[in-house]
Design a protein around this ligand. Structure first.
Ligand code: ADP
Ligand code: MG
Length: 238
């Protein structure tokens, strides 16, 4: 236990919540299959970043998480890798039944980056990733969602439009990620985020990541997550 506390101190990790899993040291500690491990090494990732060391075992154990770490600290892989494991744990992939993983991001640039990352790690599997955001053809995105996928990466406004148009069902969605939650608030997307969360089954796993944690973001997190573990790396801005 002292070892765990020392290791967290070295990585500047602070945690709160009950039954927090131990941070890992290596990607090998995650129990990932060979295809995932091979993509990780092809990416040139030698070892997990501090947020990954603590977030990966938490998310892989099925717990909700509030993850706070600065930009560039590797938060994307912290939610994409366990999402692949979560999806591959499902008995069958039925693309037409709607996505299993839903990721909301504040801008189309971010949504596109996450889409590329999710595609890379999905490549060895039969997992389809779709991205929907403003500034691109809604009709094309409607058709894409209708065709089915396991993962959808979306900006909130466009996802709501497509939900209203019944392009996609959320009956199978059990893994919800709110990325860059602070920026989603700054851009005024709180109502849209709440609407999306309200359309996803309550027994989902929910992950919220942010570079800073203003009080209003923390309050939303406490409302929509279940017994979350909070992980902060380094200094936390408000
Ligand atoms: P954040 O979302 O926290 O801003 P990103 O997930 O975008 O950070 O990652 C920032 C950069 O670090 C990306 O180029 C990503 O490929 C790289 N990266 C992520 N994890 C690792 C790792 N374990 N080792 C080396 N590079 C990594
Ligand atoms: Mg990010």
């Amino acid at each position: 236990e002292q070892d765990v506390a020392d290791y967290r101190r070295i990585l500047a990790i602070r945690v709160s919540g009950f039954d927090v899993p131990k941070p890992i040291k290596l990607f090998e500690d995650c129990g990932f299959g060979a295809p995932l491990m091979s993509t990780i090494s092809k990416q040139g990732y030698e070892k997990p970043t501090p947020i990954q060391c603590q977030a990966l075992p938490i998310v892989l154990s099925g717990r909700d998480i509030i993850g706070i770490a600065k930009t560039g600290s590797g938060k994307t892989a912290a939610f994409v890798l366990p999402m692949i494991v979560h999806i591959m744990d499902q008995p069958e992939l039925k693309k037409e039944e709607g996505p299993i993983g839903v990721i909301c991001a504040p801008t189309r640039e971010l949504a596109h980056q996450i889409y590329l990352e999710a595609k890379k790690f999905s490549k060895p599997y039969n997992i389809k990733v779709s991205a929907v955001y403003g500034g691109a053809s809604k009709h094309e995105q409607f058709k894409e969602l209708k065709a089915g996928c396991e993962i959808v990466v979306a900006t909130p406004g466009r996802l709501i439009d497509l939900l209203k148009m019944k392009a996609v069902k959320m009956l199978r969605a059990t893994y919800l990620v709110l990325d860059e939650a602070d920026r989603m608030f700054d851009l005024g997307f709180e109502p849209q985020v709440r609407s999306i969360v309200g359309q996803i089954r309550p027994d989902r796993q929910t992950l919220l990541f942010s570079a800073t944690m203003p009080y209003k973001v923390e309050r939303l997190a406490r409302e929509i997550l279940t017994d979350p573990i909070r992980v902060a790396v380094g200094e936390v801005g408000m």
